[in-house]
Design a protein. Structure first.
Length: 401
């Protein structure tokens, strides 16, 4: 059955997609919306009018109250939305709540609780290991036994479209460190998983409970200052080279929209420990495009990732750490095995040695705009789009300190 919403049927934003976000009208308050075609359904307004069970959770300036609801509540809302957007009997009632996307402002979709960033691509970890530690094996001994990660900075996660100020910091100099604007500013094309229902402290989340806690996915660009990172990261890991900004999409795609996207994982060898249940691990078939100033420079395939999202959640809670509504755990840079599938400029330029793309870039220059686009198979055939992640590099502050 086709939707009555103009332009929806067969598009990347059909009723088999229906991602959630936060929008406002000019001068208005922030409300919960659902994207369909080039429109946003004002869910806050419609839910209060229809006296939906979830009306309270939908009357909020962020998605957190909705995300905290149960999986049954989420699927009930999704079924109702699909019915309302397909059945012509609903059109008169619903159409007044359908707003043109171009007239709205979109915002950070949820309050980010904790942010964890994994390092789950074998191809990326291998490429970076070769470049950063050329005298050692590219993968460290733990890498195939656990999904390596670090805790990032939740407070500097920004929505798509936010300008990214080039950071300044310490770099390894000649003999002594120097200080100045990063000269190796880079992107990391990633996928982020958003926690809905919290877990209990002390209770690890087994892989089979992944869907009970993971609400949906967002696009992620984890901007990275490689010169700052290279000097600071031993022995405790990334810090100021990463924490200045991480961009996420405006739209949170619910996992229900990705049911047709699960595919077998690449083989895991050696076999991980039992709590990482390699036999039930699944990858997501999500295609990513990295666009620099209007030109596609790379197409990283998410299905090539070594660790699955359910393994990431099982690992990050196995010590008893709980997760909260609004926690974001990102995959780490997505890089495929083939040339043209790299998720960072560090890899695309072979360690800043080979300019790439029509503009012969090594790293990001001021004024550069990067857009990450994501598509996946839809549950009714065809494809759906995930929210894009855009950002433009702003020049460094003249006097940072
Ligand atoms: Ca990262």
């Amino acid at each position: 059955m086709d939707s009555w919403v103009p332009g929806a049927a067969g598009s990347l934003w059909d009723v088999d997609n229906l991602p959630y976000g936060i929008f406002s009208r000019p001068g208005g308050r922030r409300q919960v919306g659902v994207r369909v075609s080039d429109h946003v359904l004002d869910l806050t307004g419609l839910a209060s009018r229809q006296h939906l069970d979830l009306a309270d959770a939908l009357d909020a300036p962020v998605l957190n109250p909705l995300m905290a609801c149960s999986r049954d509540q989420h699927s009930g809302l999704r079924s109702w939305l699909r019915r309302a957007l397909v059945d012509p009997a609903w059109q008169t009632e619903v159409a007044p709540y359908l707003l043109p996307l171009e007239e709205l402002e979109l915002h950070l979709p949820f309050d980010v609780a904790d942010y964890v960033d994994f390092y789950a691509s074998e191809h990326h970890a291998t490429n970076v290991g070769r470049l950063f530690r050329p005298d050692q094996p590219p993968l460290l001994p733990n890498w195939k036994h656990l999904p390596v990660a670090y805790h990032g900075r939740a407070g500097t996660i920004v929505p798509s479209g936010t300008g990214i100020r080039r950071p300044s910091g310490q770099r390894r100099g000649e003999g002594a460190p120097d200080f100045g604007p990063s000269t190796r500013l880079d992107i990391e094309a990633e996928l982020g998983f958003v926690v809905g229902a919290p877990s209990r402290a002390g209770a690890p989340v087994p892989m089979r409970d992944f869907h009970a806690h993971a609400f949906g996915v967002v696009g992620v660009n984890d901007w990275s200052a490689r010169d700052i990172q290279a000097w600071e990261y031993v022995p405790l890991g990334p810090f100021l080279g990463k924490s200045f900004a991480t961009s996420i999409s405006h739209w949170v795609t619910p996992l229900a929209a990705l049911e047709a996207a699960w595919v077998p994982m690449p083989r895991q060898d050696p076999r991980p420990l039992p709590y990482l249940e390699p036999d039930s691990a699944l990858a997501l078939d999500i295609a990513i495009e990295v666009e620099l100033n209007g030109h596609v420079v790379s197409r990283p395939p998410y299905r090539s990732m070594y660790w699955s999202p359910a393994q990431m959640l099982a690992h990050l809670t196995v010590n008893g750490a709980s997760v909260r509504t609004g926690d974001l755990f990102a995959s780490g840079t997505v890089s495929g095995a083939a040339p043209g599938e790299e998720g960072s400029f560090l890899e695309l330029s072979r360690g800043w040695t080979e300019p790439f793309g029509p503009e012969s870039r090594l790293s990001l220059e001021d004024g550069d705009t990067v857009v990450l686009r994501y598509t996946a198979p839809g549950v009714e055939g065809g494809r759906i789009a995930l929210g894009e992640v855009a950002g433009t590099v702003l020049p460094a502050l003249e006097r940072p300190v």
